[in-house]
Design a binder for this molecule. Structure first.
Ligand SMILES: [Fe+2]
Length: 394
C-alpha cells in the first residue's frame, strides 16, 4: 500500500516509494529504497524534504513503529554537512557491508537452489538488496568490494555473484551511469551465473583443470542462465546483458556467441572485466587468490584483445593503485589491509594487523595514512606468504 507520511514519521525499516522530487533535486541515487539507517532519515530531512511516500508492502507501516522512539530528525544542516550526516566510519561501513554480503550470499544460494528445483526465479525480490548495495557504495565506494575478497570454497559460486554485483555497482558509479542503470547492474551481477546451478557439481567444483568436454558443459552455463531468466519478463536489458555477455571478448574469442567490439554493450564489456577480476582475486579449489594489483596489471596486458582498454583504465581508477582488500607493508614494518581509498591513492586507510619486524600479529588498529605522513607504503604483500587469513580481519 502506498502512503504519504511526514518525514518526521519516517523510521528505519520503511520503504521509500518516492521522495516527491526529481532525482536531480535530492542527494540519493534512487527515489525508492529501504531506509536502513537513521543517517538516511537525517539525510532526507536535511535535504529539506518534509513529506515522503512509503510502500507498506515492501517495508514497515507507520502503525508498526512507535513514533515515541528517539527523535530521529536533527535540525536542517547546510549543504556541506549533508555528507557528514550520512557518513559512517570505515569500520562501521565495513561491518555493515559484511552483513549485507552474507545476507545477499544466502539469498542467491536459495535462489539458485530453487532454480535447480524448477521453481520460478523471482528477480524482483533482489530489489531491496540491490538498493542497499548501491547505497553502501555511494556512502563508501569500496567497503563492499573489500569484503568480496573473502570467499569460502564451498560457497564460491554464490559469493562470486554477490562480489560481481558489488564491483559492478562501484564501477557503474565511477563512470557516472544513471541511477536506474546502476541498480540494474547490481541485479545483473547477482544473477549473472545463475545458470551454474544446472552444471553438475563434479564439474563446477573440480579441483583441477577442466578437460575439453567438461569445459563445453561449463560454457553452457550462460545458456542455462538465459533459459532460467527468460521466464522472468521483468528482467531489464541491462541486467540481461551482464548475465549473457560477461564471457564475450573484444576480439570475438569469447562465448557463447563470439561477439566482437561494439556488438558487446557497455555493461557487457564492464561485466567481462569485473567477472575476471573477481575470479582471479579469489581462492578457488584449484588455485590461490591473485593479488589485486597483480590482477589489474594482467587485465591491462589482456587489452585490447579481451577487454576494452579505456574501461580497464577506468576500473583501475575505480579500485585505486592499492585496491580495497589488498595487504600492504609500510616502511615501519607494519602490515595492514587497505580498507578505504582517500583523495591520495598512495595513502589509503588501513587496518594494521601485523608487523614484519616482530614477525607476528599486533593489536588491530585503524590507520589513516593521509594523516600519518611519517610512514608510507613499501609494497604489496601476499596474505599466504605471511600466513594471514584476511577473513579473520575483515
Ligand atoms: Fe559466468
Amino acid at each position: 500500500m502506498i502512503r504519504k507520511i511526514s518525514t518526521s514519521e519516517l523510521r528505519v525499516g520503511m520503504y521509500v516509494h518516492s521522495l516527491g522530487r526529481s532525482w536531480m533535486d535530492h542527494p540519493f541515487v534512487k527515489s525508492h529504497f529501504m531506509v536502513d539507517t537513521v543517517q538516511t532519515i537525517q539525510k532526507i530531512a536535511s535535504s529539506g524534504i518534509r513529506e515522503v511516500v512509503i510502500d507498506t508492502l515492501k517495508g514497515v507501516d507507520i502503525q508498526d513503529v512507535s513514533l515515541s522512539d528517539e527523535v530521529l530528525i536533527s535540525e536542517p544542516q547546510g549543504p556541506n554537512d549533508r555528507d557528514k550526516s550520512s557518513r559512517l566510519s570505515v569500520a562501521e561501513e565495513s561491518t555493515r557491508a559484511k552483513a549485507l554480503y552474507r545476507e545477499a550470499t544466502s539469498v542467491i544460494h536459495n535462489m539458485m537452489r530453487d532454480a535447480r528445483l524448477g521453481k520460478q526465479v523471482e528477480v524482483q525480490s533482489l530489489d531491496p538488496l540491490a538498493e542497499r548495495m548501491v547505497q553502501s557504495t555511494i556512502r563508501s565506494s569500496h567497503a563492499f568490494s573489500g569484503i568480496s575478497r573473502i570467499k569460502t570454497k564451498d560457497e564460491y559460486t554464490f559469493m562470486h555473484c554477490v562480489s560481481v554485483a558489488g564491483l559492478m555497482t562501484a564501477f557503474a558509479v565511477e563512470i557516472g551511469l544513471d541511477e536506474e542503470t546502476i541498480h540494474q547492474v547490481a541485479i545483473g551481477g547477482m544473477v549473472h551465473d545463475i545458470g551454474k546451478t544446472l552444471v553438475p557439481d563434479k564439474i563446477l567444483n573440480k579441483p583441477g583443470k577442466l578437460d575439453r568436454d567438461e569445459f563445453g558443459v561449463m560454457r553452457q552455463h550462460v545458456d542455462f542462465s538465459d533459459q532460467l531468466l527468460k521466464e522472468h519478463t521483468g528482467l531489464s536489458q541491462v541486467a540481461r546483458d551482464v548475465t549473457l555477455l560477461h564471457h564475450e571478448r573484444m576480439d570475438g574469442s569469447g562465448y557463447p556467441h563470439g561477439l566482437k567490439d561494439d556488438q558487446i554493450s557497455l555493461v557487457g564489456q564492464m561485466s567481462a572485466i569485473v567477472d575476471v577480476y573477481d575470479a582471479l582475486t579469489s581462492v578457488r579449489v584449484y588455485k590461490d587468490a591473485w593479488e589485486p594489483a597483480v590482477t589489474l596489471k594482467k587485465l591491462l596486458e589482456w587489452c585490447p584483445d579481451h577487454f576494452n582498454p579505456e574501461l580497464v583504465q577506468k576500473f583501475i581508477k575505480c579500485l585505486g593503485i592499492y585496491p580495497v582488500g589488498s595487504l600492504v607493508e609500510l616502511d615501519s614494518g607494519r602490515v595492514g589491509i587497505v580498507m578505504e581509498q582517500g583523495a591520495n591513492m598512495l595513502r589509503p586507510q588501513l587496518r594494521i594487523i601485523y608487523n614484519t619486524k616482530q614477525n607476528g600479529y599486533v593489536r588491530v588498529t585503524e590507520l589513516d595514512l593521509a594523516k600519518e605522513l611519517v610512514d608510507k607504503i613499501k609494497g604489496v604483500r601476499s596474505p599466504s606468504e605471511l600466513g594471514i587469513d584476511l577473513a579473520n580481519f575483515l
